[in-house]
Structures are given as C-alpha cells and as structure tokens.
Design a protein around this ligand. Structure first.
Ligand code: GLN
Length: 304
C-alpha cells in the first residue's frame, strides 16, 4: 500500500473544507490556533511511519486523553470499573448533564466528560500521583519523553470549567466521585492539556491495533479482550453523538478531541492520527472525519 501517495491525495481533496468548521473558542489558548493547520500520521505495527502536512506539530489532545486514562483504569481496576460507568453510546453532547440525573449519577460511557471524570477519579483513588503516572504512560506509549502538559491550557480550562465542575459535584452527590472535585478537575484539565503531535498519537494508540501489546517493546498494556473492548467503546462512543455517523462513514474505532485531533486504529494494521482544528457541530474535527472517511475508502480497509 502506497500510504504516502494516499495521504497526499487526501490532503488535496479535503483542502476545500478548511474554513467550513469552527475552531473551539471556549478558552483563548484554543481559539488562537490557526484554522488551516492540517496533519496526518500513520504508524504501522511493524514500525513504519508515514506523514503529511503538520504531522510533527504539537496540539492540545483534549478528549483523546480519555482513551489513555481509560486504558490505565481498565488495566488496574478491571471489570469493577463498570459498577461506576456504563458502556452505551450517550446520544447526547460530550458535556451534557441531563442523562446523569435519570441514571443516578452513573455516566453512560467513559468517553463523555462525566464518564472520563469517573475514570480519572478512579486513578486518583488507586494512585498517589495520577498526573505523573498519566504523563509517564503517554511518554512510554509514544516513545517521546518530551511530551508534557500545557499548564496555560490547564489553567484556562479550570477558569472556564464550570460545566465540568457541575458534572463532578453532581456525581459526587450520588457517591460516584470519591475525591474532592477540585483535585479531580485539576488532574482532568491537565490530561486534556497534553500537547502531542499526530506522530506521537499514532504511536501512542498502536497498542490498541495490536491486541493490547506495544509492538516494538512487547509490553502488555491490556489483555486481548480488554483491547478489543476498548476498541468497541471507541467505535460506539468515541465521537459522542456523531458516533453512528462516524461508524457509517469511516468504519473503524476512533476518538476525537476539541483540539481538532482524532485518533483511530485499524486492528492488526496501524494507528492513525489526523489533526485539523475546525470542528463540526458535535465537537469533532470536520476535516478530520472526512480525512478518515477518505482513508478507509481509498485503502479499502475497515473492520467490517
Ligand atoms: N477539555 C474539554 C472539556 O472537558 C474536552 C472536551 C473534548 O475534547 N470534547 O470540555
């Protein structure tokens, strides 16, 4: 497969879409990212990396971090995690509060904000230093020791984070958050603020394309079953209430963030990350989704 040629073709085909979405503007540090940034990186499980555009440039990974904290929690807590968070698509926006009351403070899945807060809370509960362990985990997976939190973004998220505070306090009233909301939100805003490139992320997600094992070190991150389940969750819940559309158009497990990144995996083959900051109405990268649709169409790969 000539990935370089395919990536270049896609970059050209999606160019007219730039300008049709909206860069996240709920905090100044995200609003100031140039809308025309665009990169793709693919890393195959046998170690080849293919890129196009701004694939080496760092951006704010935001909700993509939910996959990594989930993997950490699933590894250490296992099936008990499902007592506190569900595994159904929400059909609601990522930061919605409405379902939580009807469902007694148990979030629908780990990839909406409420669910990710429960996951991060479980890391705090099981670990003395979650900020350090999240960073160590990400650095190990991507093989890049330079990756760091963007403290300016984390601070700004905190300043404008009233809805996330509301979610945490609300769930705490149902005894589904154990730590103090201030401490929890500090860790959560830091995980969202991680700065990574498409290359870093295409490597970091690779264990999910390889039955839970990091290909070049053979380190087992998740069991085969856990990796399969994580991919199922990405497939059904990774793009919020546009998950069905993404499954229909793209047909592989993926996870988006409001920084404009999307990670996705083709099990047995590769990890891919695309970055384009303009979002659609669901908070997913507009050009990013189209990029992945073209990628699976042109390569003919899909999990179906
Ligand atoms: N930091 C953002 C929030 O919690 C992340 C949202 C996202 O990427 N969808 O609102």
């Amino acid at each position: 497969m000539n990935y370089t040629k395919i990536l270049e073709e896609i970059k050209e085909e999606v160019a007219p879409l730039i300008g049709k979405g909206k860069v996240a503007n709920y905090i100044p540090a995200l609003a100031s990212v140039p809308n025309n940034k665009y990169g793709i990186a693919i890393t195959t499980i046998n170690g080849n990396c293919y890129t196009v555009g701004d694939a080496e440039e760092e951006f704010s990974i935001q909700s993509i971090s939910k996959v990594f904290t989930f993997a950490m929690a699933f590894k250490s807590i296992g099936e008990k995690l499902w007592q506190r968070v569900g595994k159904e698509p929400s059909g609601n926006p990522f930061n919605s509060l409405v379902q939580l009351e009807k469902e007694n403070g148990i979030p629908r899945n780990p990839f909406i904000n409420a669910g990710a807060l429960v996951v991060t809370d479980s890391l705090i509960h099981n670990n003395f230093n979650p900020k350090k362990s999240i960073l160590d985990f990400i650095r190990k997976l991507s093989g890049n020791q330079q990756i760091n939190y963007n403290t300016e973004i984390a601070r700004s998220e905190n300043e404008y984070g009233h809805r996330n505070y509301a979610l945490a306090h609300f769930m705490k009233s149902y005894n589904n958050i154990y730590s103090e909301p201030d401490e929890l939100l500090d860790v959560y805003f830091h995980q969202c603020s991680l700065s990574m490139s498409c290359v870093d992320l295409s490597k970091a997600v690779l264990f999910l394309a390889n039955h839970g094992v990091v290909p070049n070190t053979d380190e087992i991150i998740l069991t085969t079953s856990q990796a399969k389940r994580t991919n199922s969750l990405m497939m059904t819940c990774g793009m919020y209430d546009a998950s069905g559309d993404f499954a229909f158009r793209v047909g592989i497990p993926g996870k988006s963030g409001v920084g404009g990144g999307i990670i996705a995996v083709i099990p047995g083959e590769l990890g891919i990350c695309v970055w384009s900051p303009e979002l659609d109405e669901f908070g997913n990268s507009l050009t990013g989704v189209k990029t992945l649709e073209l990628f699976t169409t042109k390569t003919g790969v899909s999990i179906f």
